[in-house]
Design a protein around this ligand. Structure first.
Ligand SMILES: C[S@@+](CC[C@H](N)C(=O)[O-])C[C@H]1O[C@@H](n2cnc3c(N)ncnc32)[C@H](O)[C@@H]1O
Length: 198
C-alpha cells in the first residue's frame, strides 16, 4: 500500500486547490470495485492521479486508463504514478476526453472530468463499456445545488447545475441501466448496465 505517498499527494492537491474526490465517494468506489471483483477502469479526469492511485493501490488486479487534458496536471500525475510504482497498471494519457478514442473495453467508466459534458462523455465511451459494466459519475450533487438550484447565487453556474440534474435524471430513467443516486461525498451516480434479459 502507498498510504504515506497517497496522503502526501492528497495534502498537496488540497493546498494547490486541485479538485480531488472526497473520502466518502472514494471509499465507496474502492469497495464497489472489490465487492464486484472488477479489474479494468477508464477514468475521465486524472488531475494529479490521486483517485487512480487510490483505486489501483487498494486492488492489485485493477488496471486503469486515465485521461487528463491539462498538461501540467498530467505530468504531475505521471510522476505520482511512478512514485507509487503503478506504471504497469495505471496508464495516464494526456488527451481531451471529448475527442479521444480508444478500443479497449472496461468494467467501469468513471466520469470525473468536465461536469457539463457528462452526457457527451457517456455517449462517447459507451462503446468501451463491457456488457454488464458500470458507469460511475462523481459530483452529481454539486455542493447541494443540483437539488436546491434556488440557493445558487452565481448565475453563470445555473446552466451547469441544470445539465447535471438532467443527466442524473436521464440516467435514473435510462432503460438499459439500473442506476442509483447516492448522497455520499459530493453525490455519486452508480449505473450498472442491465443484463439483456433483465
Ligand atoms: C475533479 S478533477 C479529477 C479528480 C481526480 N479524479 C481525483 O479524484 O483525483 C477533474 C479533472 O478533469 C480535467 N478535465 C476537464 N476537462 C477535461 C477534458 N475535456 N478531458 C480530459 N480531462 C479534463 C480537469 O483538468 C481536472 O483535472
Amino acid at each position: 500500500m502507498n498510504r504515506q505517498l497517497i496522503e502526501t499527494i492528497k495534502q498537496k492537491a488540497l493546498s494547490d486547490k486541485v479538485p480531488i474526490m472526497e473520502d466518502a465517494g472514494l471509499n465507496y468506489v474502492i469497495a464497489y470495485l472489490k465487492d464486484n471483483n472488477l479489474s479494468s477502469l477508464l477514468e475521465i479526469g486524472t488531475a494529479v492521479g490521486y483517485s487512480s492511485i487510490c483505486f489501483a493501490s487498494s486492488n492489485p488486479k485493477l488496471k486503469i486508463v486515465t485521461l487528463e487534458k491539462d498538461e501540467q496536471r498530467h505530468n504531475i500525475a505521471k510522476e505520482n504514478i511512478r512514485l507509487a510504482k503503478l506504471e504497469n497498471r495505471v496508464a495516464a494519457v494526456l488527451a481531451d476526453a471529448r475527442e479521444y478514442d480508444l478500443n479497449d473495453m472496461f468494467d467501469v467508466i468513471f466520469l470525473d472530468g468536465p461536469k457539463a459534458h457528462n452526457q457527451q462523455l457517456f455517449e462517447r465511451y459507451l462503446k468501451n463499456l463491457k456488457a454488464e459494466g458500470t458507469v460511475i459519475v462523481d459530483n452529481v450533487y454539486f455542493h447541494g445545488f443540483v437539488d436546491n438550484p434556488e440557493l445558487l447565487e452565481k448565475k453563470r453556474l445555473k446552466p451547469l447545475v441544470r445539465k447535471l440534474a438532467k443527466f442524473r435524471d436521464d440516467m435514473l430513467n435510462h432503460p438499459d441501466f439500473e442506476s442509483r443516486y447516492l448522497e455520499i461525498g459530493d453525490g455519486l451516480l452508480v449505473c450498472r448496465r442491465r443484463k439483456k434479459d433483465e
